[in-house]
Design a protein around this ligand. Sequence first.
Ligand SMILES: C[S@@+](CC[C@H](N)C(=O)[O-])C[C@H]1O[C@@H](n2cnc3c(N)ncnc32)[C@H](O)[C@@H]1O
Length: 215
Amino acid sequence: MPDARIAKQQVSDVYSKIAPLYDVWAWLTETNARRRCLELAAIQDGEDVLEVAVGTGLAFVEILEANPSGHTEGIDLTAAMLARAERKAARTGVQSYRLRVGDAYDLDYPSNSFDVLVNNYMFDLLPERDLPIVLEEFKRVLRPGGRLALVNMTQGTRWYNGVWDRLYQINPALLGGCRGVSLLPLLERSGFQKTTREYFSQFTFPSEVVLGIAP
Ligand SMILES: C[S@@+](CC[C@H](N)C(=O)[O-])C[C@H]1O[C@@H](n2cnc3c(N)ncnc32)[C@H](O)[C@@H]1O
């Protein structure tokens, strides 16, 4: 896989610019994988759920609707993305949530805090060397038996998927810094159990949905 070309310090600037257009992009290319991720996460009302990198809140509102009596936390590095998530979350009428700026590398929660952790389209913009480090942090905050549900841009299986790799080479910011990654082997290496991976291509954009159970 090519390594990340957008540094962490640039992420907020890049996503502050993308925020107004993000939902249109997501509707064209990401809805099928995001829906499947939430289906497989199988959130039960009453659970403690964390979404890391909530973005504009597309998955967060679905989580709130599935978990009105539980507690849902959401964090993101970019305040402009979070502001949009905040507006969507307020419209659900669900009260038991908190959204705030936070960093996936250093989650501000005690160990064993959550039943489910959802994270969509974030690992694909992190440097390769950081992927296992962030996975360890996710494992730390999940309870044993907790579910980790990820969606990432991945490497495509057909020739036409390569258009996204070429766009990334020309200007990584056009793709929000995302390039294809493959998380399944890393989940296995870091001890997640019953791991599964499904592949999606929507409007030629390749995604993977990866699940694992925390040890
Ligand atoms: C491609 S968007 C995905 C947003 C949302 N998860 C979705 O699927 O619609 C990537 C998001 O990851 C956030 N992000 C990137 N690095 C992060 C980090 N280290 N900690 C928390 N959020 C991060 C960005 O601010 C941005 O909102």
